[in-house]
Ligand binder design. Structure first.
Ligand code: ADP
Ligand code: MG
Length: 260
């Protein structure tokens, strides 16, 4: 088990960034996990410009669970990618825990993604050659967490998502719902110092699952994020899922048109 992980770790850890320290700054950002100010994103494809976001302002409190709805193409994934430090805005600022990430170097952004951001995707994105245990362990290996602490954390996460008995199964030996639970556990596998302020970003995490399994997954995601003291932003088409969050935003044509 450790063997396969080590191979992938050696592969990934080349070019591993140095630890990035988070220094909090005061005022309103103190209770905010995410602050977006006048964020716009223009994709340029040759001569064509796509205005995916057109000046979005958003504040998400630490510990809040937020749903984002809106038609296809309205900018939901773009917004999530900017919050998750996967991409940079064309204009405006994105602050994570009070730090403006738009001015950061690639190296610093990598550290933000590693320590602060947890992505859960529609299609799980598990590594097929690794077991459930090893998939969950991977981010901890990359972050350089010592072996003993790693094992404790992985076992704790496996239990939290109810998959202790499935630890040694590979993704193709698990159901869709079980795979997504592994993906959630993996998303929350961060160094101890980071878990109290992790931001979980889920882009249509139940999109490929049946309704009952989808509900189960959302419950797990919500419960875990809450227990870990994290912040949750979930993109969903399902009004039942959205309703269970603290707040629902609707996007249209690159803008937040409604917040309730
Ligand atoms: P949603 O997630 O709400 O469906 P997206 O954020 O994916 O919306 O897309 C918003 C708009 O930006 C769409 O018009 C889409 O075609 C465009 N878009 C998204 N990503 C890219 C990209 N990498 N290059 C060019 N256009 C893109
Ligand atoms: Mg999308």
């Amino acid at each position: 088990m450790a063997c396969a992980c080590q191979r992938v770790y050696q592969h990934i850890s080349r070019g591993r960034p140095s630890t990035f320290a988070w220094f909090g700054v005061g005022d309103l950002t103190e209770s905010a996990a995410i602050v977006l100010r006048s964020v716009s994103k223009i994709y340029r494809m040759g001569l064509v410009e796509v205005h995916a976001l057109r000046g979005v302002d958003l504040l998400v409190r630490r510990g809040e669970a937020l749903a984002i709805m809106g038609p296809s193409g309205s900018g939901k994934t773009t917004l999530l990618n900017l919050i998750g430090a996967l991409d940079r805005p064309t204009a405006g600022t994105v602050e994570i825990d009070g730090i403006d990430i738009t001015q950061m170097s690639e190296k610093q952004l990598t550290a933000v993604r590693r320590d602060k951001i947890s992505f859960v995707f529609q299609f799980f994105n598990l590594l097929p050659v690794l077991t459930a245990y090893e998939n969950i362990e991977m981010p901890l290996l990359i972050a350089g967490v010592p072996e003993e602490e790693r094992r404790e954390r992985v076992e704790q996460l496996l239990e939290m998502v109810g998959l202790t008995e499935r630890a040694d199964h590979r993704p193709d030996e698990l159901s869709g719902g079980e795979q997504q639970r592994v993906a959630i556990a993996r998303a929350l596998a961060k160094p101890k110092s980071a878990t109290d302020s992790v931001i979980v970003l889920a882009d249509e995490p139940t999109g490929d699952l049946d309704t009952v399994t989808g509900e189960e997954i959302m419950k797990t995601l919500r419960k875990l994020t809450r227990e870990e003291g994290g912040t949750l932003v979930v993109v969903t088409h399902d009004p039942d899922v959205a309703e269970k969050m603290d707040r629902v935003l609707t996007m249209r044509d690159g803008l937040i048109v409604n917040s309730q």
